[in-house]
Design a protein around this ligand. Sequence first.
Ligand SMILES: Cc1ncc(COP(=O)(O)O)c(C=O)c1O
Length: 348
Amino acid sequence: MIEKLARKNILALKPYTSARDMYSEGILLDANENSLGTTSELYGDLCLNRYPDPHQEDLKKAAGEYFGIEGKNLFFGVGSDEVIDLLIRVFCEPREDSAMILDPTYGMYQVACDINNVKTKVVNLKEDFQIDLEAVKKNFDSTVKIIFLCSPNNPTGNLLKKDDILELCRTYNAIIAVDEAYVDFAGDNSLIKEVNEIENLAIIRTFSKAWGLAGIRLGFCAANEELIRLLFKVKAPYNVSSLTRKAVINAIGNKKKKDEFVQKLISERERVKEELSKIPGILKVYSSDANYLLFKCSNARLIQKKMAEEGVIIRDRSSYEMLRDCLRVSIGTEYENNRFLEAIKKFL
Ligand SMILES: Cc1ncc(COP(=O)(O)O)c(C=O)c1O
């Protein structure tokens, strides 16, 4: 199925063979690096003067063990944003194919399609922000090569129903790309272990949220081996830097801290939700499986501006048809959350 869905030129592509593809040890005079060393004194034992392993074996080993996935099923990108872009470039022929997006959702699916000149079919989620299977059916045609799903969904915060996702996988001859950027905050609800069984399922994950590593830019795709091979074909030879690798491998060794972050953020999320619900003028606070809350109040746009003037920055999401008067607030430290609550009380 993967071969049938992929762009012909990608299947035929002879990828760039980099110097570090075959040799990483010895007298390395094959990559025009600087053998004398590096100008940066910050990173001690890291060989920053050498290109990193293009096969990403170190990351595959560390993340593979943590997530319980074989290395051959993993591809790492510069944030999950790179993974989203590469999936489009592998499967969607510009001007001919399309991707389906279930709105309201993360804006980069649309932007990445626009950049690649790939059409989109935008289908609204149902009022409860679950997948509208009928609407998907009505809008699906053979040009659709990817359906982007986001679970928990940004900005609505809810997990999508697992049965609905699995039904899409079974029904459609397309890649079902499930972006699980926030799944660490949603209990045991990742579909990552299903990638061995379901050929057209691609899970997108990131180290930017629960792991607290947004600054180093690392995301990954877990999928069947054939799909992963195609992502490796099209990536830039050394897309993930040595610094990023070191930071992530260190973080995985420190996974207890991530669990503590998650626990704290979930308990703050529930506290802020409760406090927010009590404020007169807040029309609705949606429940969340993520590290943010979506809520409704009148004059949302104005409130967002006034809050920013007060130094508390939240996101106006009211331009989405289904999210009129909705704002989204990330859960921060206890102090930040209290500042947010004080400010919003003042303006409502
Ligand atoms: C749903 C979703 N996917 C992906 C990303 C981007 O993640 P990364 O930092 O890994 O590029 C975000 C960022 O906010 C997001 O909300």
